[in-house]
Design a protein around this ligand. Sequence first.
Ligand SMILES: [Zn+2]
Length: 344
Amino acid sequence: MLYRHRKLDLPHGELHTPVLFPVRNIGKRSSDNTPAYVGTIPEFSAAMINARSIKNREPMWNRLMDGVTLREEMGVPEDTIVFADSGGFDFLSEKPDTTPAETLETQRQLDADIYGTVDVPLSPKNRTEENQRRTEQSIEFALEASDRHHGDAFLLASVHGYDPETIRNSIRYLEKRGDFDGYALGSLIPVRTDYKKVTKLILSARKATNKHLHVYGLGGLVYQPLLLYLGVDSFDSSAFIRSAGNRNYLIPGFGGEEMHEIEEIDRLPCPCPICGQRTLDDIREDRAAFTQHNLWALATELRRFRYMVESGRDIEHYLDLRFQGNEVTKRAYEITKQQVRRLV
Ligand SMILES: [Zn+2]
């Protein structure tokens, strides 16, 4: 089995993996800001932030430069583990407006625990040569960050590629020439419904390194068990915020449910601290409560998987049951299982 459980020693404390970094939209102008969850869901004492949007949000940045800590600005305890992504996803249509040196400095000023290197994401719509150029650019940026990085924060090289060879070769090249604590795989969101492709790409990264492996953006309810099964150490997601915005209620072991179609019940099928005490109507009207429930759903999915592992259950059997209710995700799991079996 590829699933693994590890412990990272980071500047703000220990982090047990596999772990989800819920995205905290701090600094984003459109911020559907995430409600407080640190301290309410024990295993989510971590967050993913976008270094670029915070830097570009002048009033906030000025407060940070005046001595307010990022964690104060976020309203979370000082021991919260923060992963600062470079904000590369914003460069999908534009050219990067930062350098590896600048981004590292911002990540250091934010006192983040994990730094993602500046990257230029790929798009399935680009020509192959354009994506090739972007892949190489991200590699150069990562090596420059490696040369300049000092200190205890984790440095993860952001890696992109739409074929397994590119990913494998990129990681091996970076491993030889740079000094990284792990790798972070990007550009998977635009191809996320192509489960065969995505699982192949993740497996090629998993095979290429034994170091920490993060997957950007795919930490939703369906992908989470697949990523754990593939041996991914961490992932992040903002899907729980977007889902709440669309009143899409996440049910662990199942999927998202459009809430406006449900009428005649008082209580929701979830015992989390939000749903356990409140009525359906109440929660439906309260977006923050909705978002918090969705995070609890992700936590529950993660807890179930870990429980199955720790209690010695056959994980493939568990996942057979987990995915049997939906033809699309069942197929996704079948494909993943075939790929894993071919490997081990
Ligand atoms: Zn709930």
